[in-house]
Design a binder for this molecule. Structure first.
Ligand code: ATR
Length: 289
């Protein structure tokens, strides 16, 4: 006798469905469709979220087409974040500071709103781990790319003192100039200065499976025992850096939380529900990794 598969919770897609998606090139590695469609089912929202592979030369036409076709908005991933920043009619403060946009909202008044939610997502993931974000707390960021910029701005907005170190010093200097109050440290020997910081954040691709140095594991011996170590890399979930921090008894925050929390802002704007990031959400996305 054949057993019928268990029917999954139905996703309601009617003629009134709200539509959103993720634009990237390529886009097939994005976890956003898995995450947003999970939330849509969970909250019984009449809607759908689809991957939108969009080559750079067609990006602007695609955005206007999606808007004309009634989409509520889109997430933006590599390589379109700067193009989306230029295209948006209205930018929120985080997008202005990041000079990049990862979420577009097609407003009822016809205007396109651009948001940068990575930094807020990072802060939310720290808060979800009950980690202290006190004003004047000193944070050291590894990296000076787009992710560093968003995280640095969000930490500064919480009153924290941010220091950037980066392999290419010039990029760190440019970033620090764009975010007044930020300090710069040379890349060589930053480990020796760890004792001055309460939070360490890796915003580079170091430690990522398949990245430039998957085994990246700096020395943490100078860290104070209450230092928090965060990584925005989430493949693997526990990077060598986080594993070393745990071995040393330090508190850690992995990159998956940032990925999940940054998505809440778009979901709420398009579908009208502020979704919860809980263990079930995390497990659902993990099963797709
Ligand atoms: P994103 O916008 O996603 O942050 P990015 O702009 O490519 O991506 O930035 C990647 C970061 O990882 C940069 O800080 C980069 O350092 P450089 O500015 O010197 O390129 C850092 N990075 C990448 N590979 C590295 C490596 N092998 N050693 C040290 N830093 C590295």
């Amino acid at each position: 006798m054949t057993t019928l598969p268990i029917t999954p919770p139905s996703q309601i897609i009617t003629g009134k469905a709200r539509l959103a998606g993720v634009m990237g090139w390529p886009v097939e590695h994005s976890r956003s469709p898995v995450l947003h469609n999970y939330w849509l089912r969970r909250y019984g929202v009449d809607g759908a979220y689809v991957p939108l592979p969009t080559a750079p030369e067609g990006f602007e036409a695609a955005v206007q087409g999606l808007r004309a076709a009634g989409f509520k908005g889109v997430n933006i991933t590599i390589p379109h974040k700067e193009a989306a920043y230029r295209l948006a009619d209205v930018l929120d403060a985080s997008a202005q500071r990041a000079e990049a946009v990862n979420t577009l909202v097609f407003r009822e008044d016809g205007k396109i709103l651009g948001l940068s939610t990575d930094g807020s997502g990072f802060v939310a993931s720290l808060e979800a781990g009950h980690l202290p974000l006190r004003p004047q707390t000193r944070a050291l960021l590894l990296g000076a790319g787009g992710a560093a910029r968003s995280v640095a701005a969000a930490l500064q907005d919480r009153g924290m003192k941010v220091t950037i170190t980066n392999r290419t010093l010039g990029r760190a200097v440019v970033l620090a100039a764009a975010l007044p109050g930020t300090d710069v440290l040379p890349w060589s020997g930053w480990e020796q200065r760890l004792g001055e910081f309460s939070v360490l954040v890796n915003t580079t691709s170091l430690g990522m499976a398949g990245g430039p140095d998957p085994l990246f594991c700096p020395s943490l011996t100078r860290a104070a025992e209450d230092m928090v170590v965060a990584d925005i890399v989430y493949v693997p979930l526990v990077t060598p850096l986080l594993a070393a921090a745990t071995r040393q008894g330090l508190r850690t925050v992995g990159g998956l939380g940032m990925l999940l929390h940054q998505a809440r802002f778009g979901f709420k704007a398009w579908f009208g529900v502020d979704p919860e990031v809980d263990d079930a959400t995390q497990d659902h996305v993990l099963n797709s990794l």
